[in-house]
Design a binder for this molecule. Structure first.
Ligand code: ZN
Ligand code: ZN
Ligand code: FE
Length: 765
């Protein structure tokens, strides 16, 4: 048979995942000649052999590529015949207009884990063991192409043995950029009161004994520092809470094995797969009866616990089972108040000094800090509530190509988004853009993504809220760079994000159920209970919750009892001392609120869905003051009685959804001593009924059947599951988030797709 030559170009996540050695082995085993190389836009292969063998070669690449890779496209072209003496791996090619997705950080693989605990292996107990299939990627990458000199591993010179492995295409560590061993690589040490008291194995032992005896360790991890203590030691956890000033908010846990997790929580097949995956996120899992003791002080008022498994070799060593040593550790991001996670050694030393008793440090620098991802599961999907390590910077693939645009994102749970080709690079979780440090981290991350993916935005989009720092950044930059800026309404962005991540290609309108706490409206009021008719171009605010007063603004949001009082006053519903909120509210507060309601001084008006949940939580006496976002709503969901199907009356007047009847019926139920669990369930069911009625009205007016769900309220699983059942029963087609969080972390994607549509309309495309 005659020989042929093929040129093959593969795009997607194909670097740093063992693709070249895979191709090398495949080609040499098949007796094919040619070369493979990384270029800045993917993998390029030139290969010569018989047609039959070449076609099998291409089939195998398509059907069983390396497990960490994700192929977007394979282009195969026949080219003029080229003879090569052998098959080789060539130097990387880089053209500066090309770009390539970069692999997220990958949790330790089974082979490395085996070697870590194998006394005969030369990396026995080495805390930085890794290979082509695992280890740090995004967090250590300074620029592309992804080669060792472009990572923070550049300062460690490979020893002869490591170099051998690195250069041998048959080795599992061939071109594994972070490859290292205890002779040539990074190492750990234990630091207390500013001095190093142990190194390597003895540092590990010391850290373990500190944890065992109830101390708090600041542990340098993969994407930043964690604060670590024995999760089964209530006093240690309480001490961590008081040091971090974190009264009730849940802590993430790391368990030594899946078996330990199943002692406390239920694992579905999907959550089991995800928690064991190379992404290894924190999974929010329903607690079993046995888990309740732990849940009471780790995640008070909730019915889930956040668990992850060790994802670095250092974690594996720190959680190595031993009689009398804890098998569950609290592992929470190390930061002061709302600042970003600490990630540099010097920064940790100064900022964490009052939080931790000692430090377990290492000298592999983190270039881009990144938090742990958090996932949860409802009846329809397993989705992130925080998307970071293991997932970012993987792009979301859109249904078509898009101009390079920056979406500057939200205030809370900020992410930004940069687009190019058919990709939307939604950043990892940045945090709440409310302080200088987070803003600094935000700017640095935007810069980094623009360099890494070679994106120069030609337009910028932001949220309409004039006070948001992300908007100010966006507006300033658009002025400095003389590129257009687009203001995007918060709830429009929510629904557009949901459509875009579902590759909704049409511009036909859908019904958008955009339910959240706070979003700036086109009328300058605070929106949040919004039923919209939406496409990428625009939206019609079809129905919304009746506007209620928010006297005292943001401080009132921390105090649901004040809100409850104001909502009832505004609806002329009388309350008496039988309501526990009266044990909270002082006569002076009542006086002030009454005045504010009359004069509207320092009082905003809001159609927020989140605030309505807060009010109901306070009326039921569940939660009068909150110390973390959405606490009242979470606790209200926790108590909802699954067997209750009743709901409260409500009615629509024009576009307004009146809630007076709903509130007065709840008040009557409280007075009749109906259980809080039943009232909570009836309230949740009422929201489903309200949304259903609105959807049916819109369908009969406009014939729209597709319903998109976005906004933080949809993280309420009780509400989401019942909403979906109701929609499907009535023949609607629900679409919802599964790649991005439904909360404000998705806004940046919505902003860019809406801005792209505006660019098209203005003929700038
Ligand atoms: Zn490995
Ligand atoms: Zn070495
Ligand atoms: Fe929102």
């Amino acid at each position: 048979m005659e020989d042929l030559s093929y040129y093959i170009y593969i795009s997607g996540i194909v670097q740093g995942v063992g693709f070249r050695p895979f191709v090398y082995k495949l080609a040499t085993n098949a007796g094919l000649k040619g070369w493979v190389c990384n270029s800045a836009k993917g993998i390029e292969i030139e290969v010569t052999g018989s047609k039959h063998i070449l076609d099998i070669f291409v089939e195998i690449i398509k059907k069983s590529p390396p497990s960490l890779s994700s192929i977007d496209s394979i282009i195969v072209n026949k080219i003029p015949l080229n003879y090569y003496p052998s098959f080789s791996i060539r130097e990387s090619i880089d053209k500066d207009t090309d770009f390539l997705p970069i692999s997220p950080d990958v949790s330790i693989c089974p082979d490395c884990k085996r070697e870590l605990f194998d006394p005969t292996d030369r990396r026995f107990r080495y805390p930085f063991i890794n290979c082509t299939n695992c280890g740090p990627r995004f967090s250590i990458t300074r620029k592309i192409p992804y080669d060792r000199p472009n990572t923070t591993m550049d300062q460690f010179e490979l020893c002869p043995e490591c170099l051998n492995e690195y250069q041998n295409p048959a080795d599992r560590r061939f071109h594994a950029q972070p490859v290292a061993c205890n002779k040539c690589g990074p190492h750990i040490w234990f630091e207390e009161n500013g001095s190093i008291s142990a190194e390597n194995e003895s540092a590990l032992l010391l850290a373990r004994s500190y944890i065992k005896y109830g101390k708090i360790i600041a542990l340098k991890g993969l994407g930043g520092f964690h604060l670590v203590c024995d999760a089964t030691n209530r006093d240690a956890v309480q001490r961590l809470r008081s040091k971090k000033q974190r009264t009730d908010k849940a802590f993430a846990l790391m368990a030594s094995s899946e078996r330990i997790i199943t002692e406390f929580c239920e694992l579905t097949e999907n959550s089991r797969l995800l928690i064991n995956s190379p992404q290894a996120p924190i999974m929010l899992l329903p607690v079993t009866n046995r888990g309740k003791d732990l849940q009471k002080y780790i995640a008070p008022g909730q019915k889930r616990l956040g668990f992850m498994l060790p994802y670095t070799p250092l974690h594996c060593l720190l959680l190595e089972p031993e009689p009398g040593y804890p098998s569950i550790l609290v592992m929470t991001s190390a930061n002061i108040s709302e600042e970003p996670i600490a990630y540099r050694n010097d920064e940790a030393r100064t900022k964490l000094i009052n939080l931790a008793d000692a430090f377990l440090m290492h000298d592999r620098p983190i270039h881009m800090r990144i938090d742990d991802s958090v996932f949860t599961e409802n009846s329809k999907s397993i989705y992130p509530v925080r998307r970071a390590r293991g997932f970012a910077p993987n792009p979301i693939r859109l249904h078509n190509e898009i101009l390079p645009i920056l979406g500057s994102g939200s205030l809370l749970k900020n992410t930004f988004c940069l687009t190019r080709d058919q990709y939307a690079f939604v950043s990892h979780h940045i945090g709440d853009l409310e302080n200088h440090e987070t803003l600094q981290a935000y700017r640095e991350a935007i810069n980094h993504y623009e360099n890494l993916f070679r994106i120069k935005p030609i337009a910028i989009a932001g949220d309409m809220h004039p006070d948001y720092l992300a908007r100010q950044y966006a507006v300033n930059r658009s002025e400095e760079e003389n590129i257009p800026y687009f203001d995007v309404q918060h709830h429009h962005a929510h629904i557009a994000a949901c459509l875009a991540e579902n590759k909704y290609a049409k511009n036909d309108p859908v019904i958008g159920l955009s339910f959240d706490g706070t979003g700036y409206g086109t009328d300058g009021k605070i929106w949040g209970g919004e039923i919209l008719i939406v496409n990428y171009t625009g939206f019609d605010r079809r129905y919304y919750l009746a506007e209620m007063p928010l006297p005292g603004g943001d401080t009132t949001i921390q105090k649901p009892y004040r809100l409850a009082y104001a909502y009832l006053k505004a609806n002329q519903i009388d309350l008496d001392e039988r309501f526990s909120l009266f044990s909270k509210i002082t006569p002076k507060e009542m006086l002030v609120i009454n005045k504010q309601l009359e004069s509207h001084f320092n009082t905003q008006f809001t159609s927020s869905m989140g605030r309505l949940f807060d009010v109901v939580a306070s009326l039921l006496g569940i939660r009068h003051e909150i110390n973390y976002e959405a606490q009242a709503a979470i606790e209200l969901e926790t108590i909802a009685d699954d067997n209750e199907n009743g709901f409260y009356p409500f009615f629509f007047s024009d576009s307004t959804i009146q809630i007076k009847e709903l509130l007065s019926s709840i008040v009557l139920d409280v007075l009749a001593q109906v259980t809080p669990g039943k009232i909570s369930a009836k309230f949740h069911n009422s929201i489903v009924q309200i949304a259903m009625e609105a959807c049916k009205k819109i369908r009969s007016d406009r014939g729209i059947k597709t319903v998109a769900l976005s906004g933080g309220v949809w993280q309420n699983i009780y509400l989401f599951d019942r909403m979906i059942v109701a929609l499907e029963k009535e023949g609607f087609i629900p679409i919802f988030h599964h790649q991005l969080p439904p909360n404000d972390a998705c806004l940046s994607l919505g902003q860019v797709v809406i801005a792209a549509e505006q660019m098209k309309i203005q003929g700038k495309e």
